[in-house]
Ligand binder design. Sequence first.
Ligand code: FMN
Length: 206
Amino acid sequence: MLDKYLTQETCLLGEKCEANKSLHLNSAKIPRLAVSREFVYRLFYPQIPIVLTARSGKSTAAMPAVSCMSVSNDPPLLAVAVDKSLKTNRVLKKATNFGVNWIDFRKRRIADSLSLPSKTNDKLKQAGIPYIDLLNAPILEDSMAYVICKKTQELNLGDHTLFVGEVIGAMASTDFDEYWKYSEYRPLLYRGSPFRAPYLTVARSG
Ligand SMILES: Cc1cc2nc3c(=O)[nH]c(=O)nc-3n(C[C@H](O)[C@H](O)[C@H](O)COP(=O)(O)O)c2cc1C
């Protein structure tokens, strides 16, 4: 049975699966296929997308991003990977600060409307999403939590730039008290664009 899987796909190095046998577990309990390298990032789904925001001069950029994480606690640092072809990348390169906004599942329309390239200088205004500038970063009025970072590093990584920022301020709904309580907050999860409902949330448990 395993042979079927071994011969169907090319291995991660682009060679035939004969060379790929070393990748296979010696058990057929879970049937597996090779995953194309270009789709490996999707193994992380479902993921919480934040709305990344930045301003430089008259340009206001905003986009949903799943490739955002906390990379240091002391000092507190966040990192976000942004495709080099995007307008947000160009704005972030010039910006001093950036914002990370968490939105509730019930506000998923916000993520939807920011997931296409902007046509004007101010993508948030164009989409009718209210925001205010705080410490030089656009912050969504509907965010359940937000963090403002001072950009400290830019790493050139393949087709993305990894922007690293030091946290200079953070606010959250009262549903967060050192941890999320989930009384109000329903996290937004992204499972990929081909789904008719690409966003879902988690059921409340006791
Ligand atoms: C849920 C979701 C998460 C995304 N995550 C990322 C990401 O982490 N990095 C990235 O470069 N693009 C990501 N994208 C794609 C950008 O949001 C999309 O290309 C957007 O149109 C960019 O905006 P801009 O063209 O105004 O810069 C994501 C899209 C969606 C819908």
